[in-house]
Ligand binder design. Structure first.
Ligand SMILES: [Zn+2]
Ligand SMILES: [Zn+2]
Length: 215
């Protein structure tokens, strides 16, 4: 038992390696645990599969909700695509088990806490979130969405990395070949969005031409 605790402390040190102190990461968003006096306004509750990690959200509607078809998400989630809802780091409060987390940085294939990284429950390994430099991407499958209104707020708004998909999803939503707003709209994306995108491209080309930057 004592040995186990020692190992745990050692691990914790590794995890805090990118930050100042052993547990410094616990003091700041998104890991900061709010005390009651701070009046964290709870809109949703969520938990991992085993229930060791529990969190609350103070924002009723995510900033965005997307389906990602990239091969990293496919592998990391063992699923054809990933469903993620974007929140500010201040919107989350871990009510239980925020020390029962493990990290994985898919770029360096490292388990140190380096951003951006994947965050999982260290017991049941359910994916909890992707922690970016400024935002967090939460997985709505873990959130208790009770009303139709709740579900509508989290409904996916677009597909990204659709070029890497393993299956078609003909739902009429915008489909980006790569990153959203930074690639081509493909397949059954709404025609008016495709036209708007082309208009913007044409404008950019014209601007470049004026500046003499055209090839
Ligand atoms: Zn768990
Ligand atoms: Zn992805």
């Amino acid at each position: 038992m004592a040995k186990e605790q020692g190992q745990e402390r050692g691990q914790e040190q590794n995890r805090g390696g990118e930050t100042e102190g052993v547990s410094e990461w616990k003091q700041r968003a998104p890991y900061k645990v709010h005390d009651k006096a701070e009046g964290f306004d709870v809109k949703y509750e969520a938990n991992c599969h085993c229930g060791k990690v529990q969190y609350q959200l103070s924002r009723a509607e995510p900033l965005d909700s997307k389906l990602c078809h990239c091969t990293t998400c496919q592998t990391q989630h063992a699923a054809p695509f990933q469903w993620a809802a974007i929140f500010h780091k201040e919107d989350i409060n871990f009510s239980h088990g925020h020390h029962d987390l493990e990290w994985y940085d898919p770029t360096d294939k490292s388990i140190e806490h380096k951003l951006p990284c994947k965050v999982r429950c260290s017991y049941c390994h359910s994916p909890i979130m992707d922690e970016g430099r400024n935002m967090i991407l939460l997985f709505p499958s873990l959130i208790h969405l009770k009303t139709d209104e709740d579900k509508a707020a989290f409904k996916p708004r677009c597909h990204m990395f659709y070029g890497q998909r393993v299956m078609d999803v003909p739902d009429g939503l915008p489909k980006w070949s790569g990153l959203s707003n930074d690639s081509d709209l493909i397949e059954d994306s709404p025609p008016e969005l495709v036209k708007e995108r082309e208009r913007k491209r044409e404008e950019e080309r014209a601007k470049k031409f004026e500046k003499g930057e055209n090839e």
